[in-house]
Design a protein. Structure first.
Length: 218
């Protein structure tokens, strides 16, 4: 799928606005596709760009929450495995239509989970959901378990810079899933540690992800 991929097993747990700002920075600056696997500070959830803040608050009472730049539903990050795939525009994967790139990435995720011993598959054709609790309803090409329950979903955004794919696997904390997924997504991958410019991240939080105007935007 990808010729080359950098795997960043990000060991720093961050709050919601910082995680979103880091992903946006990657999309704007990396020249090689990056798979970032990361964690959250306790007590955080996120919700897709088109989900109203009041709906997210109702689904995740008591949690701090951040609005994502990507689509998708409402995700409680207290017990999930979170990853971001950033693909620069020069790569063919970034040029595919949304449904096709979503399917290809999730096919690799299904294969990685099966290597972990998880019985799962892609969901078939489903009605597109605008929002709601992410793991409450599977849409087309989500990952579902043997009983048909949604196991993994994602949101995407395309810009002039490339493709941003933010995904979550419910109830998973496997340290080996990241390397497995990286191998299946690419012909050649290497593990890297990226240095994030703190001033740029702080500016992104101040202008977007940390502002109430961003949270409440329709």
């Amino acid at each position: 799928m990808l010729t080359q991929l950098d795997l960043w097993m990000d060991q720093t747990t961050r709050d919601g606005p910082t995680n979103m700002a880091v992903d946006e920075w990657l999309l704007r600056h990396v020249e090689t596709p990056v798979l970032r696997v990361y964690g959250w500070e306790p007590g955080w959830g996120s919700y897709g760009y088109f989900v109203p803040d009041e709906e997210a608050a109702a689904v995740m009472p008591g949690l701090q929450r951040v609005r994502r730049w990507t689509g998708g539903g409402i995700v409680d990050h207290r017990n999930d495995w979170t990853y971001t795939l950033v693909v620069p525009r020069a790569d063919p994967l970034a040029e595919l239509k949304g449904g096709e790139s979503y399917r290809l990435i999730h096919e690799a995720l299904v294969a990685a989970l099966r290597e972990e011993g998880v019985d799962c598959r892609l969901s078939g054709e489903r009605t597109v959901a605008r929002g709601g609790e992410c793991f409450g309803l599977a849409v087309e090409h989500d990952v579902i378990d043997a009983d048909g329950k949604k196991l993994a979903g994602a949101g995407q955004r395309r810009t002039a810079g490339g493709l941003l794919h933010q995904g979550s696997v419910a109830g998973c904390q496997s340290p080996s899933l990241g390397p497995r997924l990286a191998d299946l997504l690419s012909e050649s991958c290497q593990e890297v540690t990226l240095e994030i410019p703190n001033a740029t991240i702080a500016a992104s939080i101040g202008s977007r992800y940390g502002r109430s105007e961003w949270q409440l935007r329709r």
